[in-house]
Write a protein that binds this ligand. Structure first.
Ligand SMILES: *Cc1c(COP(=O)(O)O)cnc(C)c1O
Length: 518
């Protein structure tokens, strides 16, 4: 393998050798190898023709200008750099993106068009409300749709992600307990299958976390919940449908037990896309729930953002919603930045300004283009697609919960790989060679070697069939014992197996020019 001086492989190991082709530059097919932009640009070169800086050094109070070490590139060099990088990434515009829990659905271009309307895109967050009536109206209507779809009386729009929404919801719950003289409640109950952000958020707010056991069929163990509910419990955090892709059948009883113990029911609504238009969480006894607009209402996400995680609140928690919110006044719509009631400012704001306006526009465009009946079909098609995958793969892979249908995700364990010497990770890496992004691996933790597949509603039968055929063929190869195919995978990707743990724990965020460099 050829290595650059910073140690990154530039060519898939064995790729050129095995095909008989020689790539001197690390390029492959029509894909070009691409160094860092700093390694690419010339330090003495510039892509634009600026006049020499005039200016008096005295203006800078005696400070001298130091080099900023920006690489100089011509426009085509800069454009090609970013296009080449983009081609190394998987994208929802390229193919199925089966990451379970993440809900990677197609982002309609109509949403993008609406978000780029100058009246939305160019609006300053400090613009006087008289000049921002359209934006306020959009926020108000989005809030109305969210409240209607969830059957909840209030919504806080500002949280900027699902996890941020969890924080908002738990802060509301904490404020409500404190206002009721129940501030001694210090525990949050979380099922073993929960997304990692749930216990992390509870701990961040200062609660101690206790796990609720799971039943054989992947749901909350009611007896265990009942045993753990007590005078010290502030809230439960339950995802529904849960992270095993299953509806919590006993959700009404879960809410009843929770309320009877004086605790609040926080629902992780990341999977709302599976039930939107079919079930209103408010009818199930939920007190607070975040909605990942980027999962249910198709706003783009990945790479950490930007997302939006509005939180709907029950009657009991509504007074604690963080500002700002939109109200109707004599001169049109207004923005309440500071509420009069003490409770409302219990924990301050969740973010500066009004939240992710661009995401509000996209989500609202998605809602309006689907309509109420269309949103219901979104949920139905998402569930249908997941069940199609479950049905087509269950004879070659082992479904974690074989009995009955799933919701929007098909969950498999690694029992079917027993004795092959191949792991979930190996199998997922081999999928890359087949042109597919891997599914979510090893989550939820309660399922051994979990493979969580979420097709979403935006995939056609043809695409689902292509995916299933590829997985069936790979599964057959695995069972025939072709271990090398899997252990060495991905063979065809520009990068092979990287040390992802090292990359996450010790990211290299700074580039330093080597002395004597170009
Ligand atoms: C995605 C997800 C979250 C976190 O949402 P972010 O928007 O990524 O912060 C929480 N819980 C579940 C079940 C999720 O799938």
């Amino acid at each position: 393998m050829t290595m650059q001086n910073i140690g990154r492989p530039t060519r898939p190991e064995g790729a050129a050798e095995s095909t008989g082709f020689t790539s001197l530059t690390g390029g492959r097919g029509l894909l070009q190898d691409e160094p860092l932009i700093f390694e690419l640009g010339g330090w003495t070169k510039t892509g634009v023709d600026l006049p020499a800086a005039s200016g008096d050094a005295a203006d800078l109070a005696g400070l001298t200008r130091a080099g900023v070490d920006l690489p100089g590139l011509s426009e085509p060099e800069a454009v090609r750099h970013y296009v080449r990088l983009s081609q190394k990434n998987h994208a929802i515009d390229l193919a199925l993106y089966p990451l379970g829990s993440c809900t990677m659905k197609h982002n309609p271009r109509l949403n993008e068009k609406a978000a780029r309307l100058p009246g939305f895109a160019d609006l300053h967050p400090l613009a006087p409300v008289a000049t921002a009536q359209g934006a306020l109206q959009l926020m108000d209507r989005l809030a109305h749709w969210l409240k209607t779809l969830t059957g909840m009386p209030a919504v806080a729009l500002t949280p900027k992600a699902g996890a941020h929404g969890e924080l908002c919801g738990l802060l509301c719950i904490k404020a409500a307990h404190e206002a009721a003289g129940q501030g001694h409640r210090r525990t949050v109950l979380v099922p073993t299958s929960a997304h990692g952000t749930n216990p992390a958020t509870a701990a961040f707010v200062g609660y101690s976390v206790q796990e609720i056991a799971q039943t054989e069929d992947g749901r909350v163990d009611l007896a265990d919940l009942e045993a753990k509910l007590g005078p010290d419990v502030a809230a439960i955090m339950v995802t529904n449908p849960n992270t095993c892709g299953l509806f919590e059948r006993d959700v009404i009883e879960i809410a009843r037990l929770t309320h009877a113990a004086g605790a609040y029911f926080y629902c992780d609504g990341a999977n709302f896309n599976a039930i939107v238009g079919r079930v209103r969480p408010g009818d199930l006894g939920v007190d607070a729930m975040h909605i990942n607009l980027h999962k249910t209402f198709s706003t783009p996400h990945g790479g950490g953002g930007p997302g939006a995680g509005p939180v709907v609140l029950s009657e009991a928690l509504a007074p604690f919603a963080p500002a700002p919110w939109v109200v109707s006044g004599p001169d049109g719509l207004d923005l309440v930045e500071e509420a009069a009631a003490d409770a409302a400012q219990a924990f301050g704001r969740m973010s500066a300004f009004q939240g992710q306006m661009g995401m509000f526009v996209r989500a609202y465009a998605y809602m309006r283009s689907h309509g109420a009946d269309g949103l219901r079909q979104v949920a139905e098609d998402a569930v249908l697609n997941a069940n199609y995958i479950k049905a087509r793969l269950s004879d070659v892979m082992t479904p974690a919960f074989p009995d009955g249908p799933c919701m929007h995700e098909a969950l498999f364990d690694d029992a079917w790989l027993d004795g092959t010497g191949i792991t979930t990770l190996d199998f997922a890496k081999a999928m890359i060679d087949e042109g597919f992004h891997p599914m979510t691996m090893y989550f939820p933790l309660v399922v051994h070697g979990a493979m969580l597949i979420e097709p979403t509603e935006t995939e056609s039968k043809r695409e689902l069939d292509r995916f299933c055929e590829a997985l069936r063929a790979l599964a057959a190869t695995a069972k025939l014992g072709d271990v090398e195919r899997f252990k060495g995978a991905p063979h065809l990707a520009p990068m092979r197996r990287l040390d992802e743990t090292l990359a996450a724990r010790k990211p290299k965020l700074v580039w330093k020019r080597e002395s004597g460099g170009a």
